[in-house]
Design a binder for this molecule. Structure first.
Ligand SMILES: *[C@@H]1O[C@H](CO)[C@@H](O)[C@H](O)[C@H]1NC(C)=O
Ligand SMILES: *[C@@H]1O[C@H](CO)[C@@H](O)[C@H](O)[C@H]1NC(C)=O
Length: 264
């Protein structure tokens, strides 16, 4: 398994709390595009002394954002947003500029970011933020914590029993799936989503060591068109090694639809 791609579409824009509306123009065609384009960069205003923010951490930060403009002091045009955010770094819960910009900050530190449009709202727009805007933002990191999952024993739940062939050891399986950190405080125990299959699905050979042990054991006997939920403790998943959004010793939850199973 399971590439650590960042599969989720960013839902509305967080941070910049808005329902972004897709727009049909961009800077080359939009005469009202704001002034100036920018490359991503950051400057530490003050270095903190607390924990260092890393991918997969749950962080709390204050932020203020301005439109980027050539000319004004520090490139700060009109202020467009401010607030306090709690999010998991790298999980696409905020604009890309915040996911990148908070990395390596220490709690108590303050950092100024220059954020180009593709790491901000891109071709969406929001109150005060035209299409294709670069932003200036200042962050203050208030907290950074390694996420600890809840624990659970290995569990197989058939959400839907399929009607097709049953998967057997050595079969070639095509599945669609999503993967979440196991979190009892969330609906369906789904914490941060760390992975999902793309529109092509995901193909592997069952019980051949190509995927985590919880999949190799948990999908045997499942029928085509069925959907199964697997709750997988770390010893049947990634153990004590952290991996992207998955912390060390994490219990994971997968919802897996079996599309086809093909004997080899
Ligand atoms: C945005 O700009 C790109 C490159 O300049 C162009 O190819 C694309 O058609 C534009 N999109 C819209 C919606 O105007
Ligand atoms: C993961 O679990 C192992 C075994 O219980 C333990 O030794 C290790 O310290 C844990 N790692 C973390 C980061 O919690």
């Amino acid at each position: 398994m399971i590439s650590m791609k960042r599969g989720l579409a960013m839902v509305a824009v967080v941070g910049l709390t808005v329902g972004g509306t897709p727009a049909c123009s961009n800077s080359s065609s939009n005469p009202f595009a704001p002034g100036g384009t920018a490359f991503f960069s950051f400057t530490d205003i003050s270095l903190g002394s607390g924990a260092t923010a890393a991918t997969g951490n749950r962080v709390v930060m204050d932020y203020v954002a301005w439109l980027f403009e050539d000319g004004p002091s520090e490139n700060k045009g009109p202020q467009v947003d401010s607030g306090t955010l709690t999010f998991v770094v790298g999980a696409n819960q905020v604009i890309g500029g915040f996911d990148q910009g908070v990395l390596g900050m220490r709690v108590g530190g303050r950092r100024k970011l220059i954020i180009p449009p593709d790491l901000a709202l891109g071709y969406n727009e929001a109150a005060g933020i035209p299409v294709d805007s670069s932003l200036v933002a200042e962050l203050e990191l208030l907290d950074a914590q390694v996420v600890v999952t809840d624990t659970a024993p290995f569990t197989i739940i058939d959400l839907t029993v399929g009607t097709g062939s049953a998967a057997a050891t050595g079969d070639r399986l095509l599945v669609a799936y999503g993967g979440w950190l196991y979190d009892e405080s969330q609906p369906d125990n789904k914490g941060t989503q760390f992975d999902s299959s793309d529109s092509n699905g995901f193909t592997f050979t069952l019980s051949a060591g190509q995927v985590i042990a919880g999949w190799d054991e948990g999908l045997i006997g499942m029928r085509e068109d069925g959907e199964r939920r697997l709750i997988i403790p770390p010893e049947l998943a990634y153990g004590a090694s952290a991996r992207g959004l998955i912390p060390a010793n994490a219990t994971l939850l997968f919802d897996i639809t079996l599309l086809t199973t093909t004997p080899q």
